[in-house]
Design a protein around this ligand. Structure first.
Ligand code: HEM
Length: 228
Protein backbone atom coordinates (compact mmCIF):
# COMPACT_ATOMS: atom_id res chain seq x y z
CA UNK A 1 0.00 0.00 0.00
CA UNK A 2 1.43 3.39 -0.96
CA UNK A 3 2.90 5.31 1.93
CA UNK A 4 2.68 2.31 4.24
CA UNK A 5 6.34 1.34 3.98
CA UNK A 6 7.40 4.36 6.06
CA UNK A 7 6.84 4.81 9.79
CA UNK A 8 6.71 2.42 12.70
CA UNK A 9 6.58 -1.32 12.13
CA UNK A 10 4.96 -4.17 14.05
CA UNK A 11 6.61 -7.52 14.66
CA UNK A 12 3.95 -9.90 13.39
CA UNK A 13 5.87 -13.15 12.90
CA UNK A 14 8.80 -13.73 15.32
CA UNK A 15 11.84 -15.70 14.11
CA UNK A 16 10.63 -19.03 15.53
CA UNK A 17 7.32 -18.73 13.63
CA UNK A 18 9.12 -17.79 10.41
CA UNK A 19 11.49 -20.76 10.76
CA UNK A 20 8.53 -23.04 11.47
CA UNK A 21 6.78 -21.69 8.37
CA UNK A 22 9.91 -22.52 6.32
CA UNK A 23 9.80 -26.08 7.69
CA UNK A 24 6.18 -26.29 6.52
CA UNK A 25 7.16 -25.07 3.05
CA UNK A 26 10.27 -27.28 2.72
CA UNK A 27 8.51 -30.29 4.28
CA UNK A 28 4.89 -30.16 3.22
CA UNK A 29 5.19 -28.91 -0.37
CA UNK A 30 7.62 -31.65 -1.62
CA UNK A 31 5.67 -34.27 0.36
CA UNK A 32 2.37 -33.10 -1.17
CA UNK A 33 3.73 -32.99 -4.75
CA UNK A 34 5.33 -36.44 -4.49
CA UNK A 35 2.21 -37.79 -2.75
CA UNK A 36 0.31 -37.15 -5.98
CA UNK A 37 3.02 -38.95 -8.00
CA UNK A 38 3.01 -41.94 -5.64
CA UNK A 39 -0.78 -42.17 -5.85
CA UNK A 40 -1.27 -41.55 -9.58
CA UNK A 41 1.95 -43.33 -10.74
CA UNK A 42 2.32 -41.23 -13.90
CA UNK A 43 5.79 -42.65 -14.81
CA UNK A 44 7.63 -45.92 -14.24
CA UNK A 45 8.73 -47.61 -11.01
CA UNK A 46 11.92 -45.48 -10.89
CA UNK A 47 9.95 -42.26 -10.72
CA UNK A 48 7.67 -43.64 -7.99
CA UNK A 49 10.72 -44.84 -5.99
CA UNK A 50 12.35 -41.42 -6.25
CA UNK A 51 9.05 -39.74 -5.32
CA UNK A 52 8.80 -42.01 -2.26
CA UNK A 53 12.30 -41.00 -1.09
CA UNK A 54 11.43 -37.30 -1.44
CA UNK A 55 8.06 -37.92 0.25
CA UNK A 56 9.77 -39.44 3.31
CA UNK A 57 12.43 -36.70 3.42
CA UNK A 58 9.67 -34.04 3.25
CA UNK A 59 7.71 -35.86 5.98
CA UNK A 60 10.84 -35.92 8.18
CA UNK A 61 11.37 -32.14 7.74
CA UNK A 62 7.67 -31.48 8.44
CA UNK A 63 7.64 -33.70 11.54
CA UNK A 64 10.87 -32.24 12.92
CA UNK A 65 9.58 -28.68 12.30
CA UNK A 66 6.30 -29.39 14.12
CA UNK A 67 8.01 -31.10 17.08
CA UNK A 68 10.65 -28.38 17.48
CA UNK A 69 8.01 -25.64 17.26
CA UNK A 70 5.83 -27.41 19.83
CA UNK A 71 8.77 -27.89 22.23
CA UNK A 72 10.60 -24.57 21.88
CA UNK A 73 7.74 -22.20 20.97
CA UNK A 74 4.83 -23.70 22.87
CA UNK A 75 3.45 -20.23 23.69
CA UNK A 76 3.17 -19.50 19.93
CA UNK A 77 1.34 -22.78 19.38
CA UNK A 78 -1.07 -21.93 22.22
CA UNK A 79 -1.61 -18.41 20.80
CA UNK A 80 -2.21 -19.89 17.32
CA UNK A 81 -4.82 -22.35 18.64
CA UNK A 82 -6.48 -19.71 20.85
CA UNK A 83 -6.75 -17.27 17.91
CA UNK A 84 -8.01 -19.91 15.48
CA UNK A 85 -10.77 -21.08 17.81
CA UNK A 86 -11.93 -17.60 18.97
CA UNK A 87 -15.07 -16.75 17.04
CA UNK A 88 -17.73 -14.05 17.45
CA UNK A 89 -20.35 -12.15 15.42
CA UNK A 90 -17.67 -10.30 13.48
CA UNK A 91 -16.50 -13.58 11.97
CA UNK A 92 -20.00 -14.31 10.69
CA UNK A 93 -20.13 -10.82 9.13
CA UNK A 94 -16.66 -11.34 7.61
CA UNK A 95 -17.64 -14.70 6.13
CA UNK A 96 -20.88 -13.34 4.68
CA UNK A 97 -18.91 -10.87 2.52
CA UNK A 98 -15.98 -13.26 1.93
CA UNK A 99 -13.69 -10.80 3.71
CA UNK A 100 -14.36 -8.37 0.84
CA UNK A 101 -12.00 -10.38 -1.40
CA UNK A 102 -14.46 -11.23 -4.25
CA UNK A 103 -15.54 -7.57 -4.46
CA UNK A 104 -11.90 -6.41 -4.48
CA UNK A 105 -10.69 -9.03 -6.97
CA UNK A 106 -13.59 -9.09 -9.44
CA UNK A 107 -15.13 -5.60 -9.14
CA UNK A 108 -12.11 -3.60 -7.98
CA UNK A 109 -14.27 -2.33 -5.09
CA UNK A 110 -13.18 -2.02 -1.46
CA UNK A 111 -16.20 -2.70 0.76
CA UNK A 112 -16.35 -2.29 4.55
CA UNK A 113 -15.61 -5.56 6.41
CA UNK A 114 -15.93 -6.26 10.16
CA UNK A 115 -12.68 -5.36 11.96
CA UNK A 116 -10.38 -8.34 12.53
CA UNK A 117 -7.76 -9.28 15.10
CA UNK A 118 -4.33 -10.69 14.19
CA UNK A 119 -5.93 -13.19 11.82
CA UNK A 120 -9.12 -12.97 9.79
CA UNK A 121 -11.91 -15.58 9.75
CA UNK A 122 -10.53 -17.30 6.63
CA UNK A 123 -7.14 -17.68 8.30
CA UNK A 124 -8.91 -19.04 11.39
CA UNK A 125 -10.61 -21.75 9.31
CA UNK A 126 -7.24 -22.59 7.70
CA UNK A 127 -5.65 -22.74 11.17
CA UNK A 128 -8.37 -25.06 12.54
CA UNK A 129 -8.08 -27.39 9.52
CA UNK A 130 -4.28 -27.50 9.82
CA UNK A 131 -4.39 -28.05 13.57
CA UNK A 132 -6.91 -30.89 13.33
CA UNK A 133 -5.71 -32.65 10.19
CA UNK A 134 -1.91 -32.04 10.27
CA UNK A 135 -1.09 -34.30 13.26
CA UNK A 136 -3.35 -37.10 11.91
CA UNK A 137 -1.74 -36.82 8.47
CA UNK A 138 1.73 -37.08 10.04
CA UNK A 139 0.81 -39.96 12.36
CA UNK A 140 -0.91 -42.05 9.69
CA UNK A 141 2.05 -41.41 7.35
CA UNK A 142 4.61 -42.78 9.84
CA UNK A 143 2.26 -45.64 10.67
CA UNK A 144 2.14 -46.61 7.00
CA UNK A 145 5.93 -46.21 6.70
CA UNK A 146 6.78 -48.35 9.73
CA UNK A 147 4.00 -50.89 10.03
CA UNK A 148 2.85 -51.98 6.56
CA UNK A 149 4.47 -55.44 6.88
CA UNK A 150 3.48 -55.85 10.55
CA UNK A 151 -0.02 -54.47 11.19
CA UNK A 152 -3.29 -56.16 10.14
CA UNK A 153 -4.27 -55.27 6.57
CA UNK A 154 -7.62 -53.74 7.61
CA UNK A 155 -5.89 -51.18 9.88
CA UNK A 156 -3.35 -50.31 7.22
CA UNK A 157 -6.18 -49.83 4.75
CA UNK A 158 -7.98 -47.40 7.10
CA UNK A 159 -4.75 -45.47 7.79
CA UNK A 160 -4.04 -45.32 4.03
CA UNK A 161 -7.49 -43.87 3.26
CA UNK A 162 -7.28 -41.30 6.06
CA UNK A 163 -3.76 -40.30 4.93
CA UNK A 164 -4.88 -39.92 1.33
CA UNK A 165 -8.04 -37.93 2.11
CA UNK A 166 -6.33 -35.56 4.55
CA UNK A 167 -3.39 -35.11 2.15
CA UNK A 168 -5.79 -34.15 -0.65
CA UNK A 169 -7.82 -31.88 1.64
CA UNK A 170 -4.74 -30.04 2.94
CA UNK A 171 -3.20 -29.86 -0.53
CA UNK A 172 -6.34 -28.14 -1.90
CA UNK A 173 -6.63 -25.80 1.08
CA UNK A 174 -3.00 -24.90 0.69
CA UNK A 175 -3.59 -23.79 -2.91
CA UNK A 176 -5.94 -21.07 -1.60
CA UNK A 177 -3.51 -20.19 1.23
CA UNK A 178 -0.57 -19.73 -1.14
CA UNK A 179 -2.65 -17.66 -3.59
CA UNK A 180 -3.93 -15.34 -0.83
CA UNK A 181 -0.49 -15.27 0.84
CA UNK A 182 1.02 -13.86 -2.36
CA UNK A 183 -2.03 -11.67 -3.17
CA UNK A 184 -1.69 -9.96 0.22
CA UNK A 185 1.80 -8.80 -0.64
CA UNK A 186 2.33 -6.91 2.64
CA UNK A 187 1.63 -10.15 4.57
CA UNK A 188 3.99 -12.02 2.26
CA UNK A 189 6.82 -9.53 2.82
CA UNK A 190 6.33 -9.83 6.60
CA UNK A 191 6.33 -13.65 6.65
CA UNK A 192 9.26 -14.04 4.24
CA UNK A 193 11.18 -10.96 5.39
CA UNK A 194 12.08 -9.86 8.91
CA UNK A 195 8.61 -10.62 10.28
CA UNK A 196 7.58 -6.96 10.60
CA UNK A 197 4.80 -5.09 8.85
CA UNK A 198 4.14 -1.32 8.69
CA UNK A 199 1.86 -0.25 11.56
CA UNK A 200 -0.42 1.59 9.10
CA UNK A 201 -0.94 -1.64 7.14
CA UNK A 202 -1.78 -3.56 10.33
CA UNK A 203 -4.21 -0.82 11.38
CA UNK A 204 -5.98 -1.43 8.08
CA UNK A 205 -5.96 -5.30 8.16
CA UNK A 206 -5.86 -6.07 11.88
CA UNK A 207 -7.43 -3.08 13.73
CA UNK A 208 -8.62 -5.12 16.76
CA UNK A 209 -5.14 -6.61 17.23
CA UNK A 210 -3.45 -3.21 16.92
CA UNK A 211 -5.91 -1.61 19.36
CA UNK A 212 -5.57 -4.24 22.07
CA UNK A 213 -2.55 -6.47 21.71
CA UNK A 214 0.55 -4.56 20.67
CA UNK A 215 2.86 -2.31 22.62
CA UNK A 216 5.52 0.14 21.43
CA UNK A 217 9.19 -0.65 22.06
CA UNK A 218 12.29 1.41 21.32
CA UNK A 219 14.81 -0.71 19.45
CA UNK A 220 18.04 0.33 17.77
CA UNK A 221 16.70 3.80 17.06
CA UNK A 222 13.69 2.43 15.13
CA UNK A 223 10.07 2.64 16.18
CA UNK A 224 8.78 -0.89 16.54
CA UNK A 225 5.74 -2.50 18.06
CA UNK A 226 5.47 -5.96 19.54
CA UNK A 227 2.45 -8.11 20.12
CA UNK A 228 1.68 -8.71 23.77
C1 HEM B 1 5.11 -20.91 -0.96
C2 HEM B 1 4.18 -21.32 -0.15
C3 HEM B 1 3.55 -20.45 0.94
C4 HEM B 1 3.28 -19.10 0.95
C5 HEM B 1 3.53 -18.08 -0.14
C6 HEM B 1 2.71 -18.79 2.25
C7 HEM B 1 2.35 -17.53 2.70
C8 HEM B 1 1.99 -17.22 3.99
C9 HEM B 1 1.78 -15.89 4.51
C10 HEM B 1 1.95 -14.62 3.71
C11 HEM B 1 1.43 -15.99 5.81
C12 HEM B 1 1.08 -14.84 6.78
C13 HEM B 1 -0.35 -14.46 6.62
C14 HEM B 1 -1.33 -15.54 6.88
O1 HEM B 1 -1.45 -16.03 8.01
O2 HEM B 1 -1.99 -15.93 5.89
C15 HEM B 1 1.38 -17.39 6.12
C16 HEM B 1 1.03 -17.91 7.36
C17 HEM B 1 0.85 -19.25 7.61
N1 HEM B 1 1.12 -20.29 6.74
FE1 HEM B 1 1.85 -20.13 4.88
N2 HEM B 1 2.60 -19.95 2.96
C18 HEM B 1 3.10 -20.99 2.19
C19 HEM B 1 3.15 -22.33 2.55
C20 HEM B 1 2.59 -22.86 3.69
C21 HEM B 1 2.51 -24.28 4.00
C22 HEM B 1 3.06 -25.39 3.10
C23 HEM B 1 1.84 -24.37 5.18
C24 HEM B 1 1.42 -25.61 5.94
C25 HEM B 1 1.39 -26.83 5.50
C26 HEM B 1 1.55 -23.04 5.65
C27 HEM B 1 0.93 -22.73 6.84
C28 HEM B 1 0.81 -21.47 7.37
C29 HEM B 1 0.32 -21.17 8.71
C30 HEM B 1 -0.11 -22.18 9.76
C31 HEM B 1 0.37 -19.79 8.86
C32 HEM B 1 -0.06 -18.97 10.10
C33 HEM B 1 1.16 -18.63 10.94
C34 HEM B 1 0.78 -17.79 12.16
O3 HEM B 1 -0.38 -17.58 12.46
O4 HEM B 1 1.73 -17.34 12.83
N3 HEM B 1 2.01 -22.14 4.71
N4 HEM B 1 1.75 -18.12 5.00
Amino acid sequence: MAGHSEGPRVLKHPLCSRLFHWSLILGFLPAAATGFIIHLKPGGADLVNLAMKIHIAGAAVLTAGCLLYAVFCLSRVVAFVRRSFSWDDRDIGWMLVGGGYPQKMFLGKKIPVPPMGKVNSGQKIFGICLFLSGPILILTGWLLYAFIPLAPKAYINIAWHIHLLLGLFMGLFLGAHIFLGVYNWGEFKAMFGDGTQPLAECEDHNPVWVAGDIRPVAQAGRDRHLSA
